[in-house]
Structures are given as structure tokens and as C-alpha cells.
Design a protein around this ligand. Structure first.
Ligand code: UTP
Length: 461
């Protein structure tokens, strides 16, 4: 793109200030700025500016009711597991891992997936996820491709980590990385923010960016070539996830669903999980921030929260449905954030208070388009404890505690005595590698006869 073409495009978008420092920046910065202008999505910019003018969808959606939730047990569960296993064995299931986020709350320097969370082994989040996929391939004698979404901020480091760790035993041919899009941030007047005189501030376009990223990087074609029909989706920060849970996949298939959602009871009204709802006969997930206080606090006759079930971003998607969704625009969500900017003197400034608006797409906004949606309830302690914050709730300490509690319950179910402290927590560190056992039934088969605990436990192949 030439500078004249850039001027023309920016004038059409009302963003001519982007070239304000053009005369004072070097040739290298000029070239990179031109590439940034070329990549700017003019249509998305128009939608962002309209949203800031208050023309977007209203917050606190009215007319919503709690969605139906399935509690799967007994014979129905056994049937669902059998169907899910059949699909996995046939090589129809792929795994989608979103790992393009910035992990700013954790404050870890590097891709969040590199963070070491294994209570005994110090295994990284990526290692735990990859070994769950490996354990499926081994258990079912099949191929389970792993598609990992990164972003410009962590793509190189993520690929390097997987290479350095020999893909944790997975075949490199079945681990596909693809990079999501980046979006600019706007100031209160709808102007794109520069963070250096020759550079537009950009950040990842949200986990909903996965749809366009899958399409533009040829991942849908790759999936079709491999015979994938069904995708298991999860986030990098939850090492407790049951990757490609056969019951979940099987239920999705039996019901002929486009999307399935794992849900658990919210800890309290203020927990930041989006809730599953029905609106005008369609399914949806409403973000915690978009519910009114009355909606958050509302209770039914049984005293339980009316909007009790929260989504933890564990989904199953039918491939055909996702391909269709990748052709339409998802709605935008906006957040007021601190965005570095160039001051009048051309120097970079790190603001102390929010000064800019960042926009993101969320994957769950595909729900209203889905024909059939299944919301499957699960016990939080079995599958969900994310690493979000450096301290407090949803931090490495609580995740390690929840992993230890889960593994202790598995061992106790197998008849092993687990010493506990006064708070009921296991008195030692416990970790079970996914390739040793990825559920308690497998653990029972693998434990040596007479197994007992005398110190920290690491069960690993
Ligand atoms: P979060 O919303 O928790 O954000 O992402 P984050 O970026 O990891 O962390 P904070 O908010 O900066 O502290 C949930 C999941 O979605 C992925 C993340 O990598 C994580 O797995 N994600 C998020 C993306 O892949 N891309 C995005 O643009 C945003």
C-alpha cells in the first residue's frame, strides 16, 4: 500500500490522524505503519465507532429466561459415552484450544500455556492439555488433531515451546497452530489509538476471532480432509478440563446439536460466568457484565439463583455449523481499558486510568444461530478451576488445590487412603498424569495392587 492509498482509506474511515507523525518517523516505521493500515478492517472499525455512539445492542437484555439444562446419569450417560467413544475412535473428533489471550490478570511473562501448574511435576498448562489428547489417541487407537489458536503476541513463543518439548509426544502433523486477528482500540471520540508515532495499538480480537481465523488459515479445509465432524473447544487456563469428554460429545451427537455447552452452578450471584438463557425461543449466553443486578440476584421458589448455570467455555461444535458461522459477523463487546498512547510530544504514555475502548468477539455469540443447543451440567470440582488471577480466587493456588482434591477423590474411590489435614485438604501433593489415567475408572485399572501413600504422589507413565 502506498501512502496515498493509506490516506484515502483512512479518510474514508475518519482516521486521518493515524498519519499525523508520518514526516517524523523512519522508513522502517513507515513501512510497518502502511502494513497496519492495509490490514485495518474498515467495516469492523465502522461497527466499533457506531457502538461507541450508542448504536449497539442494549445491555441488560430484557425478556430472558433460564435455559434448559441436562443432568446426564444412569443409562442415558452410558449410551452417550458409547456414542462419543465411537466418534472419537472413528477419528471424527478434533480438539480446539484457544490460547491467543493476553493473560494480563495473571501477569505471567509469556504465553499462559507455558505457565507451570502441575502440583508435583510442574507440568505446564500446554503439557497437561497435550497429554490429555495423547491419552485419547492411545486409549482409542485413533488420531485426535489438536488446533491451537494463538495471536501475534504469543504465536512464536507458543510454537517454539511445543518444538522444544517435542510436542509432548503428539505427532507434529496433528498439532496445527493458527493466528487470530488483531483489532485497534478507539478513544472516546472513536479515533484509533497510536501507541508509538508510527504504530497503531492492536490487541487480539477475542476468542470469537477463532471463526475467521479458522477459515482464513485453511483450518476448516484441514479438518474436512481429516474427516472431522465434531470439535471439542476449551480454554488454555483450565487444567481440570476433561478433553473430548465422550459423554459430552456423545450427547451432542445423539441430540443432533449444533452447539453444546458445559455448565455448572455459579458459586454466588457475583461470580463472573456468563449464564445460559433463552430469549425469543433462541439459546444464548449472557455475559455477567451484561446482566442487571436484579437479574444476577433473582431467585426461584426453591431459593436457588434463577440464572444459576454458568458457562465455563467448554463446548462441542458441529463442524458444518462453525463453517457456516465463520461467514457472518459476530456482535462486538466493548471494554473500557488502559491503552498506551502517544502524547502531544510524541512520547509513549502509560495511562493510570482507562482511556480507551477495546473490542472483542465472543465465541458463544454463535448460540442464537444454532438449531439445537444442549446445556450439560457438570460438577465444578471435577472439571473446572481456571488460572485467571495471580492471587485469590481462580489463581494458581486455588487451581493446584482443586487438582489435588480431585485426584484425592479418584484415589479414595479406588480404595486408597488419602491423609487429609484439618481443612479436609490432602496432606500431601498429588498429581496424576493424563497418560497414566484420565478418569477414576482408568486409575483403578492402572494402580499397582496394595498401592498406598507415604509422601507426595506423582503417577506418570
Ligand atoms: P480470558 O478472557 O480469560 O482472557 O480468555 P486472557 O487474555 O486469557 O486473560 P486476561 O483477561 O488478559 O487476564 C479466555 C480464553 O480465551 C483465550 C485465552 O487465551 C483463554 O484461553 N483468548 C482470549 C483468545 O484465544 N483470544 C482472545 O483474543 C482472548
Amino acid at each position: 500500500m502506498t501512502v496515498d492509498e493509506a490516506r484515502e482509506k483512512l479518510a474514508l474511515c475518519g482516521q486521518t490522524h493515524v498519519l499525523e507523525w508520518w514526516d517524523s518517523i523512519g522508513e522502517e516505521s513507515r513501512q510497518s505503519l502502511l502494513s497496519q493500515v492495509k490490514a485495518l478492517d474498515a467495516a469492523a472499525l465502522g461497527r466499533m465507532a457506531a457502538m461507541l455512539r450508542g448504536e449497539g445492542p442494549a445491555a441488560a437484555p430484557a425478556g430472558i429466561a433460564p435455559a434448559d439444562v441436562v443432568e446426564l446419569g444412569g443409562q442415558d450417560r452410558a449410551v452417550a459415552i458409547a456414542r462419543g467413544e465411537e466418534l472419537i475412535r472413528a477419528g471424527e473428533v478434533g480438539v480446539l484450544l484457544v490460547a491467543g489471550g493476553q493473560g494480563s490478570r495473571l501477569g505471567f511473562d509469556g504465553p499462559k500455556g507455558i505457565y507451570e501448574i502441575g502440583p508435583v511435576s510442574d507440568a505446564s498448562l500446554f503439557e497437561i492439555h497435550a497429554r490429555k489428547v495423547l491419552s485419547l489417541e492411545r486409549a482409542f487407537g485413533c488420531h485426535v488433531p489438536l488446533y491451537i489458536m494463538t495471536s501475534d503476541i504469543n504465536d512464536a513463543a507458543t510454537r517454539e515451546f511445543f518444538s522444544k518439548k517435542a510436542f509432548f509426544g503428539l505427532s507434529p502433523d496433528r498439532v496445527r497452530f493458527f493466528v487470530q486477528g488483531m483489532w485497534p482500540a478507539l478513544d472516546g471520540d472513536g479515533r484509533v489509538i497510536l501507541d508509538e508515532p508510527g504504530h497503531i495499538f492492536m490487541s487480539p480480537d477475542g476468542h470469537g476471532g477463532i471463526l475467521r481465523a479458522l477459515a482464513e488459515n485453511g483450518m476448516f479445509r484441514d479438518m474436512e480432509r481429516r474427516g472431522i465432524t465434531t470439535l471439542f473447544y476449551f480454554q488454555v487456563d483450565n487444567p481440570m478440563v476433561e478433553v473430548a469428554d465422550p459423554a459430552f460429545i456423545g450427547l451432542h451427537a445423539i441430540r443432533g446439536a449444533d452447539v453444546s455447552v458445559k455448565v455448572c452452578a455459579k458459586r454466588d450471584p457475583s461470580e463472573g460466568l456468563g449464564v445460559v438463557v433463552k430469549k425469543d425461543g433462541r439459546n444464548a449466553i449472557v455475559e455477567y457484565t451484561e446482566l442487571s443486578s436484579a437479574q444476577k440476584e433473582a431467585r426461584g421458589a426453591d431459593g436457588r439463583l434463577r440464572f444459576l448455570y454458568g458457562s465455563v467455555a467448554i463446548h462441542v461444535f458441529s463442524l458444518d455449523f462453525l463453517v457456516g458461522e465463520s461467514k457472518r459477523d459476530l456482535p462486538l463487546h466493548v471494554a473500557h481499558k488502559k491503552v498506551p498512547f502517544v502524547g502531544a510530544d510524541g512520547k509513549a504514555v502509560k495511562p493510570d486510568a482507562p482511556n480507551g475502548f477495546k473490542f472483542e468477539k465472543f465465541i458463544f455469540d454463535v448460540l442464537p444461530d444454532a438449531g439445537t443447543v444442549v446445556n450439560l451440567a457438570f460438577e465444578r470440582g471435577d472439571e473446572f478451576s481456571p488460572v485467571k488471577n495471580a492471587n485469590g480466587a481462580d489463581s494458581p493456588a486455588t487451581t493446584r488445590r482443586d487438582m489435588a482434591l480431585k485426584f484425592a477423590r479418584w484415589l479414595e474411590w479406588c480404595g486408597v487412603k488419602v491423609p487429609r489435614d484439618g481443612d479436609g485438604l490432602p496432606a500431601m501433593k498429588i498429581e496424576i498424569d493424563p497418560c497414566f489415567a484420565s478418569n477414576r475408572e482408568q486409575l483403578r485399572k492402572r494402580l499397582p495392587p496394595g498401592f498406598s501413600i507415604s509422601g507426595d504422589v506423582l503417577l506418570r507413565n
